[in-house]
Design a binder for this molecule. Structure first.
Ligand SMILES: Cc1cc2nc3c(=O)[nH]c(=O)nc-3n(C[C@H](O)[C@H](O)[C@H](O)COP(=O)(O)OP(=O)(O)OC[C@H]3O[C@@H](n4cnc5c(N)ncnc54)[C@H](O)[C@@H]3O)c2cc1C
Length: 509
């Protein structure tokens, strides 16, 4: 059987680690979230020798706890941040039409009439402005339908669980990722295709202008120095632990997970303004796996940030349920929640300090006195532009001149929407793996088509594929990042023995 390249797995990790120790690299990227993976791809595709080191797993941090939206920046328009809105809309068009169409679908958002006149008027104005902005961008025109008013029947067709009092609503469109962790993985694997070493379980304990001290977490106690001509710190909300002079004000955003049938299996994201706000919303975001995520909050977090995953607190759960229930006929109760998750936004301290919702979503690129380049802040949607900016700074330091290629560089699995529609195969696998879906099935083994847990479409083949080609090294990698089974604790518990069996069976890979 032909093995698709690049296969990231334990064997390749060992080879790449040895090479990094012996030979060093030109660019060492620290942090395996969307920012670090995007930089590794940009740098490797310009011909640089690159290694990415991540202390946990790919997408271990904030990048897997997002709302999974590739968005055009409506909120930034509302805050008058035109450049940010334009950058977001441009990057959304690039992702949806060129680099990752397999991972993103167009999702309608419904602001129901029960949201009130002010929210509807602002919604119509904002979404109209968003359409104008998009139409002026390369690839933007025609990439999404235009915002419009829909009547009661159409609104209920989109969100059947809507209160009968809703007479209709404003519908606008945005991009939705099938899975944020899958985007990070796609970036890292594509970077590996261009020669980047992708090394997880490798923690940077200190950085300098000519390299870093690294701790191999697979071999406890194994610390070593590595040489690099440029070091990029892309450790998100933890960036300040490796460099001085970066000021972040982290903010927690939380989501609840419920079964979609409780909202009548919506086809659109129900969008309800938070009480007292006209620019902050609670969304009920339907997912392809039959679940709906309800989010999002924005809670300033003070004090040190550890490695443990953040958790939503009770007041966030209450606000999310209360707000979304104002638009639903069947009121969601705490016992309807089958899972929940939270992430920390790496917000860059800016001039406005009235609350974290008002802090800029812009990113920060800084070079400290030792020469280490730190990039943090921004958002998932604009990772590519951030990476381009960083590598444009790196190139002259190395005396190189190659131009950025990532605007037109498809990630592994990408294809045009038409080709993806024409692909023969399990629609679930096509939605997650694009053109690689057939390989995932083919390598599945005799029980490959079996579901890992009965109520989710995830198959045993996906677990095997993750170990062989996607650098899954443990049960957590398989259940919490390569698949998202772990979002619901009951599903996770049922899946652990199967994940353990697959890992044991493939331990010699
Ligand atoms: C709740 C929430 C919802 C969001 N929703 C959206 C959305 O819908 N759309 C959007 O565009 N953006 C969204 N964002 C923003 C977006 O998720 C983040 O901006 C983005 O994921 C940050 O990525 P990052 O790579 O910079 O950080 P991270 O993903 O946190 O990556 C940093 C990595 O560095 C690693 N690391 C830390 N220290 C070390 C070390 N010493 N050595 C090695 N590795 C280390 C960590 O383990 C981590 O994996 C959301 C954010 C939150 C919190």
């Amino acid at each position: 059987m032909s093995i698709p390249w690049p296969s990231l797995n334990a064997a390749r990790r060992a080879v790449d680690l040895e090479s990094l120790r012996r030979n060093g690299v030109e660019v060492l990227v620290v942090g395996g979230g969307v920012t670090g993976a995007g930089i590794a791809l940009d740098a490797a595709s310009r011909g640089l020798r690159v290694a990415l080191v991540e202390r946990g797993d790919l997408a271990q941090g904030t990048s897997r706890w997002s709302s999974k939206l590739v968005h055009g920046g409506l909120r930034y328009l509302a805050h008058g941040e035109l450049r940010l809105a334009r950058d977001s809309a441009r990057e959304r068009a690039i992702l949806m039409t060129s680099t990752a169409p397999h991972l993103i679908r167009a999702l309608p958002f419904l602001i129901p009439s029960t949201a009130g006149a002010a929210a509807l008027t602002l919604g119509r104005l904002g979404t109209g402005a968003g359409d104008v902005l998009r139409a002026g961008l390369p690839g933007g025109f025609g990439s999404l339908p235009r915002a419009r008013w829909v009547d009661q029947k159409k609104a209920r067709g989109l969100v059947p669980g809507l209160r009968p009092q809703a007479r209709g609503g404003v519908v606008f469109w945005d991009g939705q990722l099938i899975d944020d962790a899958q985007l990070v993985l796609g970036l890292a694997r594509t970077a590996a295709l261009y020669g980047a070493a992708i090394l997880t379980r490798l923690q940077a304990t200190s950085l300098s202008n000519n390299g870093a001290e690294l701790l191999d977490r697979c071999s406890p106690g194994q610390s070593f120095s590595v040489e690099a001509r440029v070091v990029v710190n892309a450790t998100g909300v933890w960036a300040g632990e490796l460099t001085s002079g970066v000021s972040l004000l982290p903010s927690r955003g939380s989501h609840l997970v419920v079964d979609s049938h409780l909202l009548g299996r919506p086809r659109a994201a129900l969008t309800v303004p938070l009480p007292g706000s006209t620019s902050r919303y609670v969304f009920a975001l339907p997912q392809l796996d039959g679940r709906t995520y309800i989010g999002i909050t924005d809670e300033p977090v003070r004090g040190p940030i550890g490695e443990a995953d953040p958790r939503p607190d009770n007041s966030e759960v209450e606000v999310l349920l209360e707000t979304i229930n104002t638009a639903l006929s069947r009121q969601l109760q705490p016992e309807d929640i089958c899972g929940s998750f939270a992430g920390l936004r790496p917000l860059v301290a800016g001039p406005r300090r009235s609350g974290s919702a008002d802090l800029s979503r812009r990113h920060l690129i800084a070079r400290d006195s030792s020469g280490v380049i730190t990039v943090t802040g921004g958002k998932l949607t604009t990772y590519r532009a951030m990476a381009e900016e960083v590598v444009d700074i790196v190139m002259p330091i190395l005396g190189r001149t190659a131009k950025c290629r990532t605007r037109r560089l498809p990630l592994i699995g990408a294809a045009t929407p038409q080709r993806l529609t024409d692909l023969d195969g399990d629609p679930w696998l096509v939605a997650r793996y694009g053109t690689e879906a057939a390989t995932v099935s083919a390598e599945g083994g005799p029980d490959g088509a079996e579901r890992v847990v009965p109520n989710l479409a995830v198959t045993v083949a996906e677990l095997r594929y993750a170990v062989r080609h996607e650098l899954a090294l443990g049960v957590e990698d398989l259940l919490d990042r390569r698949t998202r089974i772990g979002l619901v604790p009951d599903d996770r518990a049922a899946a652990v023995p199967i994940a353990e069996r697959v890992l044991a069976e493939l331990s010699t890979v």
